[in-house]
Design a protein around this ligand. Structure first.
Ligand code: ADP
Ligand code: ASP
Ligand code: MG
Length: 416
């Protein structure tokens, strides 16, 4: 069995959905599970609905309308008037509006998951119906009845035992199934999500539990390159990547693969292919148990909008185990993801991601104990397999606030 994952870029319009049918017809329409994200930038649009609902209700109708119009337009481009798809889409929007009406919870993360998940429900409903119309038999599966997580909304952690059982029971390995990326549910059947860009991870979970022969994620790039082509010039395609290397690249922020995707695949040595949905016959990138990166070139990764926090003791005492332990407890409590740490006898610097908005609370607590300097909006660059030449060229014209090098990897925090 093969698992495919199509992301937002591949289903951003009617042409993209038609292309999915083409890719499936070319690669086989049985023994396949297909995971699909929300269309285009729908998840961002859903986030705008959440924010309007919780903070600025006057804007809610216009945000809802934009999402309804976008999906209705795509459906109109694909189906004839009066097709049952229009009733199905209407039912999903009524369900969403129902939630907005009855919900009493003010909790952002909970509300977020209940609303944002409709992006994936809408996209898969459209794709499944389109494939059916094209004569491609498929079964639409509700991922929320299959993938089970704890109740960490926006960051659900998979319950592997229950999920494994549910996948066995619900997926016919001989047929074609269509399901949603990114979404799951908790033990009370409330919707959870796996974190932004989490559909790749959904692919990894299904591939693991189905003992699939491979996972292919279809992207708008030829494969994994040695840098994001939107940021770096003259990027090269990486043909083969060992699992460990791909995990490192994803962890440091190579956003082409969600960092959690690879561990389940590595455990069962299931290869991951990253391919272009525009050129499905091209080989793309293979991530597998190969020995080394091919070609072995420096790889460049950037994480933008990071925060540099510098701490030093108020009384010139040393930064030792107990105060460092306390700093880490607070980081875990306020869910700040640490990307870089550097310490000396009396100072401690961290580059963090403020995805869960815990920064202010963290800084307020740290201020009681340390002298705290916060530099917002820094960029964190990582170069794997760097050489002096690559590093010198890279640093030119950049204001480097912090630098850390190990044998293989150099990280730089810059203001630009
Ligand atoms: P989707 O959500 O459609 O699955 P993403 O937009 O999340 O796809 O991922 C594809 C994008 O990842 C590319 O358009 C590219 O800009 C970006 N990207 C970042 N790092 C890399 C890299 N090392 N190689 C290729 N693409 C990269
Ligand atoms: N739709 C979700 C997002 O945009 C998940 C995904 O696309 O992977 O974050
Ligand atoms: Mg994406």
């Amino acid at each position: 069995m093969q698992v495919f994952k199509f992301g937002g870029a591949s289903v951003k319009d009617a042409a993209g959905i038609k292309n999915i049918a083409t890719v499936l017809n070319e690669t086989g329409v049985t023994e396949k599970l297909v995971v699909i994200s929300a269309m285009g930038k729908t998840t961002n649009a859903m986030e705008a609905i959440v924010n309007a609902y919780l903070n600025d209700k006057i804007l809610l109708p216009e945000h809802l309308k934009a999402t309804v119009d976008y999906h209705t337009q795509i459906a109109s481009d694909l189906f004839t008037p009066g097709h049952t798809i229009f009733t199905s889409l209407k039912a999903l929007f009524e369900e969403l509006k129902g939630f907005l009406a009855w919900n009493k919870s003010p909790k952002y993360d909970f509300v977020y998951d209940q609303i944002v998940s409709y992006g994936e429900l809408l996209s898969t409903t459209i794709v499944s119906a389109y494939l059916t119309d094209q004569g491609v038999r498929n079964t639409w599966l509700d991922a929320r009845t299959i993938l089970k997580t704890d109740n960490s909304y926006r960051d659900g952690r998979i319950d592997w035992d229950i999920t494994q059982l549910a996948i066995k029971e619900s997926v016919d390995p001989t047929a074609l199934s269509i399901t949603q990326g990114f979404i799951a549910s908790d033990s009370n059947n409330f919707t959870t999500t796996l974190g932004r860009e989490g559909s790749d991870y959904t692919g990894g979970i299904f591939a693991y539990c189905l003992n699939a022969c491979s996972l292919t994620i279809w992207k708008d790039v030829p494969g994994v390159l040695n840098g994001d082509p939107r940021v770096f010039n003259n990027t090269e395609l990486l043909h083969q990547i060992p699992y460990e290397e791909a995990i490192e690249l994803a962890f440091y922020g190579a956003s082409v693969i969600h960092p959690k995707t690879l561990q389940p695949l590595q455990r069962k040595e299931i290869p991951l292919y990253v391919k272009s949905f525009l050129n499905p016959k091209n080989p793309g990138t293979m991530v597998s148990a190969v020995a080394s990166l091919v070609p072995e070139v420096p790889c460049y990764i950037v994480k933008k909008s990071q925060i540099l926090i510098s701490l030093s003791s108020l009384d010139f005492s040393f930064m030792v185990e107990d105060n460092i332990a306390e700093i880490f407890q607070l980081l875990a409590l306020y869910k700040l993801k640490v990307d870089l740490i550097q310490n000396s006898a009396i100072s401690f610097s961290l580059c963090v991601d403020n995805k869960f908005n815990g920064l202010e609370k963290l800084v307020n607590q740290l201020k009681g104990k340390f002298k705290v300097t916060v530099t917002p909006n820094v960029h964190l660059y990582t170069i794997r397999h760097f050489n002096q030449n690559a590093l010198d060229n890279f640093q030119e014209g950049k204001e480097v606030l912090l630098k850390q090098a190990t044998q293989n990897t150099v990280q730089l925090v810059t203001q630009n």
